[in-house]
Design a protein around this ligand. Sequence first.
Ligand code: HEM
Length: 118
Amino acid sequence: MGFHIAARTQVIIIAWAIARGPMQWENPEEFNRERFFENTTLDFRGFNFEYIPFGAGRRGCPGITFAMAVNEFALAKLMHNFDFALPIGVKEWDMTEAIGSTVHKKNALLVVATPPSR
Ligand code: HEM
């Protein structure tokens, strides 16, 4: 496989579609975090091209180390300090996506956060 790309062509990589490629992923539409436990060599730092949330190569995200530290810290603080539940009467998480230059939730995340019962 290979493509000739003329000089000065602007190439946009659609990481969203790559991350859902049926040739790369089993049941790509399914939320399955275990797939990352099973394939422990799969990395998000731009070495495995089927999973490039931070891009790859010379123009890959330079903020990756900072972003991962801050993300993990913020998430850990939230998980440590609160129990999360769906609001009364709501049966399922609404994970509907809205497409833009990044993918984000279409509707606001509604959760009830309470201090953990320790
Ligand atoms: C979860 C958080 C973040 C994600 C998912 C993310 C993702 C990305 C992606 C996909 C790119 C394009 C890479 C490419 O074209 O191959 C990028 C570029 C970039 N990111 Fe991030 N980023 C994040 C956080 C940050 C932070 C915290 C900083 C700075 C402190 C940062 C600074 C940059 C810069 C300056 C570029 C442009 C690099 C270039 O064009 O040479 N990013 N990022």
